[in-house]
Ligand binder design. Structure first.
Ligand SMILES: Nc1nc2c(c(=O)[nH]1)N[C@H]1C(S)=C(S)[C@@H](COP(=O)(O)O)O[C@H]1N2
Ligand SMILES: [Mo]
Length: 158
């Protein structure tokens, strides 16, 4: 049995517990083979967020999507409408599990993120080690740095 890597829950019809094999089993049209094609500094492949959301069945009251990383207690909450078609859930590197050094086992990526803390969909919302995606009817937990000082402090962390 392979472990659950990602849970999708909150305002959804069917909460999902996804393993590596579940993610790999999504249709070819839902897979992004190599994110470096649109994001030169990033590596890995994944499933488009929208495919996961369709499987979970997002309830009409959901307006925010929150990405939780239990590993280092980091979270980002973004408007669902803005992120829906922009998000990719990266889970493999050339078919093997995504290494922790690059944010694995699961890392969230926005196709075209804004510079850190300049917009809702910024680089800081590219959450590493994401293990839970929560849909809510108002903004959820968000620990993203809000100033340049806080931001530099976060990046200095070991
Ligand atoms: N779990 C987790 N994800 C995170 C962060 C973090 O501290 N913890 N930092 C964020 C910030 S502020 C930025 S700018 C990017 C940096 O990604 P990189 O380390 O791959 O360059 O990751 C984001 N995702
Ligand atoms: Mo950031």
């Amino acid at each position: 049995m392979t472990p659950t890597l990602l849970r999708i829950e909150g305002e959804v019809e069917r909460p999902l517990d996804l393993t590596f094999d579940n993610l790999r089993a999504f249709a070819a049209r839902d897979q992004v083979d190599d994110v470096s094609r649109f994001h030169p500094a990033r590596r890995g492949g994944g499933v488009v967020l929208n495919a996961l959301l369709q499987r979970a069945g997002v309830k009409p009251e959901a307006t925010y999507l929150t990405l939780h990383a239990t590993a280092d207690d980091f979270a980002a909450s973004v408007p669902l409408a803005a992120v829906r078609d922009e998000g990719i859930v990266v889970y493999h590197l050339e078919g093997r599990p995504l290494p922790q050094q690059i944010g694995g086992p699961v890392r969230f990526l926005i196709r075209d993120p804004a510079a850190c803390h300049t917009a809702e969909l910024d680089d800081c919302a590219n959450v590493k080690f994401v293990d839970r995606i929560e849909l809510t009817s108002s903004r959820g937990r968000d620990t993203r740095p809000s100033s340049e000082t806080e931001h530099s402090r976060l990046h200095e962390k070991p």
